[in-house]
Ligand binder design. Structure first.
Ligand code: B12
Ligand code: SF4
Length: 350
């Protein structure tokens, strides 16, 4: 089945916890042969938009939602946190007919009343790995759901006493790759490109200063040793200078780091950029700041690329094996109106 697992916790209180419990459920579900997508809303800025993107792109057959906190446990006055989960569930309902199954610490304390309040179809109290797998099996085979440990069904109550796994070693270990938190890493400072609106020059200067690729790889190796699996290169332009990007990718490939990473590309000479080497070195997504489809606006922003250069970025990254994420700003001022000219250009990209 296509299973979308969503961690509903978006609370910034205290530290930001990674959704460990949902990760455990995801790995058990994947091991049972299902296709799993994982969405951590703590990492998302616009929650309704993220839900829409995830659900429309995946068309899940079942949605599992992890509920972590009921309240903030403050003495005066406590903040009730299920209201925001309820609106996330309402949003899922609008976007998909898939049944919604709840779980997590914040669900398990009052499973019956939380199910009613939140308006989901079902909920699993307690440890989710085994009962969720069994639930999917029964749903897939159209079997009655009675007997699934800790399962509550809306209007039908508890289906089977909850169970505790005695031998935790029987459960799979969570998968660090499912955590979407990206560790920032900077290899260069400064940017000479001089785009008219940009403040980078006043922050970092206009000369590109670089760490050596060997030093960067030493840093990444240290991070990998601490279990970090995903990086974001916060360099203003990962592909400039091209020779440095090439060297860095070569070093990363040589070190066999097996990490996934994202970066930002300047859409000039992307053909010449080491896109294949980037993919081989673990790049899974590149953001391309192309800003506009209007030559006039590009010129007024002092961009050094043209519509043609942007169009040329289209095939290489997907061909290289990772998706491109384009960053348009369309138009800027009343004196530069050709948004209408830029729009079809922008919409022409996947
Ligand atoms: C460690 C911990 C913390 C640490 C987190 C550190 C970190 N980096 O992760 C710290 C101290 C920072 C913390 C902070 C807070 N915490 Co806290 N925390 C815990 C604790 C002890 C363990 C959580 C954990 O990781 N469990 C391990 C995982 C594997 O278990 P799990 O998440 O429950 O997942 C299992 C099942 O629930 C289920 N499951 C989970 N998701 C799903 C989804 C589906 C679809 C299904 C079917 C099943 C399922 O399957 C999983 C595997 O078996 C719990 C208490 C507890 N024992 O649950 C409290 C707990 C979760 N915290 C709680 C609270 C309130 C808070 C704070 C609001 C407190 C505060 N004011 O600071 C903050 C919130 C932070 C935030 N931004 O969200 C409450 C939440 C309930 C409530 N009362 O609202 C709990 C339950 C404590 C309690 N007993 O009341 N917390
Ligand atoms: S390329 Fe990016 S960082 Fe450099 S000046 Fe332009 S907008 Fe700023």
């Amino acid at each position: 089945m296509r299973v979308l697992l969503i961690s509903a916790n978006a609370e910034q209180i205290n530290v930001l916890p990674l959704p460990l419990g949902l990760n455990c459920v995801a790995v058990a579900t994947r091991n049972a042969g299902h296709d799993v997508r994982f969405l951590d809303l703590l990492a998302e800025e616009d929650i309704p938009a993220s839900l829409k993107r995830a659900i429309n792109a995946y068309d899940p057959e079942i949605i599992g939602i992890s509920v972590r906190n009921i309240d903030d446990q403050a003495m005066t006055p406590p903040k009730f946190l299920l209201e925001q989960v309820k609106s996330m569930i309402d949003e899922c309902r609008k976007l998909s007919p898939a049944p919604v199954v709840l779980g997590g610490a914040g669900y398990s304390i009052f499973p019956q009343s939380a199910l009613e309040y939140l308006g989901a179809d079902m909920g699993i109290q307690g440890e989710g790995e085994e009962p969720f797998r069994l639930l999917l099996k029964k749903l897939e085979k159209n079997r009655p759901l009675a007997g699934v440990a800790g399962l509550y069904i809306k209007g039908n109550g508890l289906q089977g006493p909850r169970a505790f796994v005695n031998e935790l070693d029987q459960l799979p270990l969570p998968d660090p790759d499912l955590f979407t938190a990206l560790f920032p890493i900077q290899t260069r400072r400064g940017c000479p490109m001089g785009c008219s609106y940009c403040s980078t020059a006043s922050i970092e200067g206009t000369r590109i200063r670089k760490r050596s690729p060997e030093r960067v790889v030493e840093w990444i190796t240290r991070l990998a040793g601490r279990g970090i699996r995903q990086l974001y290169f916060v360099d203003n332009t990962f592909n400039l200078p091209v020779s440095y990007a090439q060297q860095l990718c070569r070093e990363m490939i040589r070190a066999s780091l097996r990490l996934k990473w994202r970066c930002i590309l300047y859409p000039l000479n992307v053909e010449a950029s080491p896109v294949s080497a980037m993919a081989a070195a673990g790049c899974v997504e590149a953001s391309i700041g192309f800003e506009s489809g209007s030559e006039r606006i590009l010129m007024s922003m002092r961009k050094r690329f043209t519509r043609r250069d942007v169009a040329d970025t289209n095939p290489p990254p997907p061909r290289a094996g990772y998706p491109a994420h384009r960053l348009p700003s369309l138009g800027r001022s009343r004196r530069n109106p050709p948004i209408s000219r830029g729009k079809p250009f922008v919409c022409g990209f996947p």
